[in-house]
Design a binder for this molecule. Structure first.
Ligand code: MEV
Length: 422
């Protein structure tokens, strides 16, 4: 591949079959290798081509169902798309252990999305700020005209903030359009509003408008969940104490907090992906929120109740949608929403936050007791067997032997496979 130019003239307008032809040529005429990309599963070729540019195929990620979840009193099956073993098992297990206390209770701050307009070159930023704040009604009219359908559904501009931002390139004025995007993630609606209103803001203030884009620090779309795990369900008071110490580690140390939050996002991103939402927007928002106090910290907090149970809370910004984007056009995302039985972005956000908390409980419990590798490797053994070349019935045979023998390595899997085949 590296000996060839990366200029592929006409690639963007070629059909997918033609693109695969080009690719096969690049791989030394290996048409069989690229034939893998001909199979698109439940997604049709036209959709793939409409969703992204230069499409050559799909990258299937396993989709599983998390069981045992009760969210706000409702029994749920939660679809999760992830390539990582143990993630779904951890959610199922954690959810099972808090069923007796009612599962997860959640709350939702609303679907307010922020779009930013950057205004530069102002010598009198405070005057400009007051000018803009004084004309909120006019701004609302301009913004709401952008998306009449959103307004008819109860959405539209809900607030205005004007910040004075000292930067290395001088003072800037940053306008926040705070828009209720209802059941949409809202990027398209608020970006169009920001682009539409920017020239007017410039004409009022004499500023040079520059960037006009939503903020992924979606701190007006916070979703919260809480659950209580009785000590008896999780191995007794010693495990509660060990888990609390593990959680305190994340409170005190950003190195640990990053990993703690990564585990939470294992759960959250899997639901986000399964429902066709934007995983990067959610990840960026979550990590920015985790650092909002000036020091990166955990998204969950853990405490011991008077009864000695372990209680966990999560608070996380979730800009999720059930209309628009891939959610609306991807057949598997549609099916996942149907499985969830959700009819609003709010319901989806509540479930997603609960999954994040469940995931964190599972990771903390494993880490504070046996360590993460025991359970992880037991599940991972099958992957290792496949990597070593096992197929069909051989996979479980090799995986079982790997699990018995302590360390799970590819070399060991190969030896077991050789022995089996001999
Ligand atoms: C691994 O994908 C996630 C964990 O590292 C999370 C954690 O440490 O809390 C196990």
């Amino acid at each position: 591949m590296t000996d060839h130019t990366s200029r592929l003239s006409g690639f963007a307008t070629a059909t997918r079959a033609e693109r695969l032809g080009v690719l096969a040529e690049r791989l030394g005429g290996d048409a069989e290798a690229v034939s893998l990309l001909e199979r698109l599963g439940p997604v049709d070729g036209e959709l793939v081509d409409r969703m992204i540019e230069n499409a050559i195929g799909v990258m299937p990620v396993p989709l599983g169902l998390a069981t045992n979840m009760i969210v706000d009193g409702r029994e749920m099956l939660v679809p999760m798309a992830t390539e990582e073993s143990s993630v779904i098992a951890a959610v199922c297990n954690s959810a099972k252990r808090c069923r007796a206390t009612g599962g997860f209770q959640t709350s939702y701050a609303g679907s307010l999305t922020i779009a930013q307009v950057q205004l530069c070159g102002l010598s009198d930023p405070h005057r400009a700020r007051l000018e803009i704040l004084g004309r909120e009604d006019e701004i609302r009219v301009i913004c709401d005209e952008v998306d009449p359908q959103l307004t008819s559904l109860g959405g539209g501009l809900r607030g205005l903030e004007v910040r004075i931002l000292p930067t290395r390139a001088g003072i800037m004025v940053v306008v926040h359009l705070i828009v209720d995007t209802r059941d949409a993630m809202g990027a398209n609606a608020v970006n169009t509003m920001a682009e539409t209103v920017a020239p007017t803001l410039a004409s009022w203030t004499g500023a040079r408008p520059l960037l006009r884009i939503l903020s992924n620090l979606a701190d007006r779309r916070l979703t919260r969940a809480r659950a209580v795990w009785p000590a008896a369900e999780i191995g007794g008071p010693e495990v509660v104490e060990a888990m609390l110490l593990g959680a305190e580690f994340a409170e005190a140390d950003p190195y640990r907090a990053a990993t703690h939050n990564k585990g939470i996002m294992n759960g959250i991103s899997a639901v986000v992906l399964a429902t066709g939402n934007d995983t990067r927007a959610i990840e960026a928002g979550a990590h920015a929120f985790a650092a909002q106090n000036g020091c990166y910290g955990p998204l969950t907090h853990w405490e011991c109740t008077e009864e000695g149970s372990l209680a966990g809370t999560i608070e996380v910004p979730l800009s999720l949608g059930i209309v628009g984007g891939a959610t609306r056009i991807h057949p598997v995302a549609q099916l996942c929403l149907k499985i969830l039985g959700t009819d609003s972005a709010e319901a989806l956000s509540r479930i997603t936050a609960a999954v994040g908390l469940a995931q964190n409980f599972g990771a903390l419990r494993a880490l504070a007791t046996d360590g993460i590798q025991k359970g992880h490797m037991a599940l991972h053994a099958q992957n290792v067997a496949i990597v070593a070349g096992a197929t069909g019935d051989e996979i479980e045979f090799v995986a079982a032997k790997l699990r018995q023998g302590g360390r799970v390595t590819e070399a060991k899997a190969r030896k077991i496979l050789d022995f089996l085949r001999a």
